[in-house]
Write a protein that binds this ligand. Structure first.
Ligand code: UDP
Length: 354
């Protein structure tokens, strides 16, 4: 197929500001190319794509970032800043879409969803968050009533946030498994990764590390520096080992040395890339049974799920981490979340929608 992929209007691809969407798009590009599709990626100026090929073209668009919905109130209005990159991405995408089979949207924004019934090219939307705002919930349910097949979600739990007209299309997510090495040594420290922001619940993971007299290795973009400082100053110095935001190669190498990975979301996490990245390196995950991670971890097999916000249960689960076979974690990712199986699920969705 000839496809146009439209990136998030929050940060350039490669900057980390777009969160998990960046990796999703990057593995999908590689997966779709390996299946022989030809792609045009429309993304904010300064973006980098993971592969050079005659079958993929990058169109860079200048403009001001969109504000992320996850840090706005539920009742907030739809705001597009002056000089915003979002409408400019869609000016390009709609033109390019006239020559393509379909346009796939990766941004969590009102405008592209609303445009779906107004423009000629078939627009598809991979929704990347749960129902964090009423405006988004309503535009997604409206589209589901009119053309449900244009929507796909990462997990069932994410999709359950929305009022949909039919069963949701679930495509999961995908990873380039050549980038992640299985590490079998199970004696390392505890790890945590993600955007450092309140909805990720870092403080709970630090509490678990303190209880086990361990360090907590933390990777990720410090999106909210005040929050990071607050968490750090609530515990003795040295418990958190800030590792920074690393490129995947370096990130997975350090991640794979952990004996367990903690995931402590306070919101309905749509998927949880870092959970699967840890498993790809063979690291068992202990997570709250909430949102995507609750659907990705097979408790007792690839890690342990504990009741949401139950820090004591998480502390106890760490003592049983050696019951998990690290090879099983990697095997789950190979079977369920490679970039090839993900690309195939996305193609099946788009083809049946057309
Ligand atoms: N990540 C990274 N380097 C790091 C830490 C994190 O590239 O040092 C990436 C990670 O690969 C993942 C993203 O940050 O793709 C976080 O995505 P996730 O789905 O876990 O959460 P989101 O930020 O989308 O809420």
């Amino acid at each position: 197929m000839k496809l146009v992929l439209v990136s998030t209007p929050i940060g350039q691809l490669g900057s980390g500001r777009g969160g998990g969407v960046e990796l999703t798009l990057s593995s999908l590009i590689k997966g779709l190319l390996s299946l022989g599709n030809s792609l045009t990626v429309v993304a904010p100026e300064g973006s980098v794509i993971p592969i050079k090929s005659e079958l993929v073209k990058l169109i860079e668009v200048p403009g001001v970032d969109q504000l992320s919905w996850q840090h706005q109130g539920k009742n907030e209005s739809i705001v597009i800043p002056y000089g915003g990159v979002l409408p400019r991405l869609w000016d390009e995408a709609i033109e390019l879409g006239k020559e393509a089979d379909a346009v796939i949207n990766f941004s969590y924004d009102w405008l592209p969803l609303w445009l779906t019934t107004k423009v000629e090219p078939p627009l598809f939307h991979l929704i990347s968050m749960g129902g964090v705002s009423l405006a988004m919930k309503s535009v997604i349910s409206d589209l589901s009533q009119i053309n449900h097949q244009r929507l796909a979600f990462h997990t069932k739990r994410q999709a359950a946030d929305f009022d949909l007209s039919d069963d949701p299309v679930i495509v999961g997510n995908g990873f380039d498994l050549e980038n992640y090495q299985l590490q079998l040594d199970s004696g390392g420290p505890l790890g945590w990764a993600g955007r450092v922001a309140p909805e990720k619940g870092l403080e709970d993971a630090v509490e678990v590390a303190v209880a086990h007299r361990d360090r907590l290795l933390v990777w990720g973009l410090i999106e909210d520096p005040e929050y990071a400082l607050r968490v750090e100053s609530s515990f003795s110095p040295g418990v958190i080992d800030w590792r920074g935001f690393l490129p995947t190669q370096a990130f997975q190498k350090e991640l794979g040395e952990c004996r367990a990975f903690l995931n402590t979301p306070k919101w309905n996490e749509a998927y949880g890339n870092v959970v699967v990245e840890a498993m790809a390196c063979g690291v068992p995950v202990v997570a709250y049974d909430r949102g995507g991670p609750g659907e990705l971890i097979d408790s007792g097999v690839t890690g342990w799920l504990v009741p949401p916000d139950d820090v004591d249960a998480m502390k106890a689960a760490i003592t049983r981490i050696n019951e998990i076979d690290r090879r099983t974690c990697r095997f789950w990712v190979e079977k369920s979340a490679s970039q090839e199986v993900f690309a195939q699920r996305v193609l099946t969705w788009v083809q049946s929608g057309i």
